[in-house]
Design a protein around this ligand. Structure first.
Ligand code: HPA
Length: 246
């Protein structure tokens, strides 16, 4: 049994301070995972780390093999998964560099391989997804957030878009009307696949930019990278705290 795996997103392709014991390349029935799984220990706890976009950050959101990634973690008997995700902010209070632990999501992605329950079925299965994130793990992240001195929003609705392009301002207006607070490209189908395999999965989102039409006229990669450098520093602190509490 492995207590915790961290899926690193944009800006987090490795995990500072993790004492690496070994790297493992796993083959799954769904093909290759995004990167080798890094096994290590942090504050005396054994942790796994997976770089969602590949070790060199070369796999765009719509090309990620989400099924292989989630299957691989299950095969390694992972119990809890914290998924780090860079997002744009839609809610006017939410500012770049701040963190959000979402409690809900809306899926706008299309044509991704989004289920394990498609082939060789003996019966049709529908997972319950009323609450897409594991409440227990969310609460542990929120407890950890009490011990840090930066802003962590305790809830928010994550809208998952297809990418890799950013959205139009009209798309963001529509998402806001739908109730979305933040927008990212990797939250789905990852969360649903984790539920299908009974993993306790939750997301820690870091705001990279204001969403389209909400800030400066144009969103630049330079702006995203600058905000993420600082935001990811906060993610690392929150992870250290939650691992200490686990
Ligand atoms: N939209 C979608 N995904 C993102 C954004 C955004 O504005 N910023 C970082 N990931």
């Amino acid at each position: 049994m492995n207590e915790l795996a961290i899926i690193g997103g944009t800006g987090l392709t490795d995990f500072d301070g993790l004492e690496i014991t070994h790297r493992q390349v796993l083959q799954t029935p769904y093909g290759e995972m995004s990167s080798p799984i890094i096994h290590g220990s942090y504050c005396g706890k054994s942790i796994l780390f997976l770089a969602r976009h590949g070790t060199r950050h070369t796999i765009p959101p719509h090309k990620i093999n989400y099924r292989a990634n989630v299957w691989g973690l299950k095969e390694l008997e992972v119990k809890n998964v914290i998924a780090i995700a860079a997002v744009g902010s839609i809610h006017p209070d939410m500012q770049p560099k701040e963190l959000v632990i979402p409690h809900q999501l809306i899926d706008y992605t299309w044509s991704r391989k989004h289920t394990f329950f498609a082939e060789n079925l003996t019966h049709v299965t529908h997972i319950d997804f009323t609450n897409p994130y594991c409440e227990n793990l969310r609460n542990q992240l929120l407890a950890a957030a009490q011990n840090v001195d930066f802003k962590v929003y305790s809830q928010g609705v994550y809208g998952a878009t297809q990418g890799p392009r950013l959205e139009t301002s009209a798309e963001i207006d529509r998402m806001e009307q739908d109730g979305c607070d933040i927008v990212g490209m990797t939250g789905m189908p990852e969360a649903a696949l984790a539920r299908e395999l009974d993993l306790c999965y939750t997301t820690c989102a870091v705001i990279a930019n204001e969403a389209a039409g909400r800030g400066a006229a144009e969103i630049t990669m330079a702006e995203i990278e600058t905000n993420l450098t600082e935001g990811i520093g906060q993610v690392r602190q929150l992870l250290a705290e939650v691992i200490r509490l686990l």
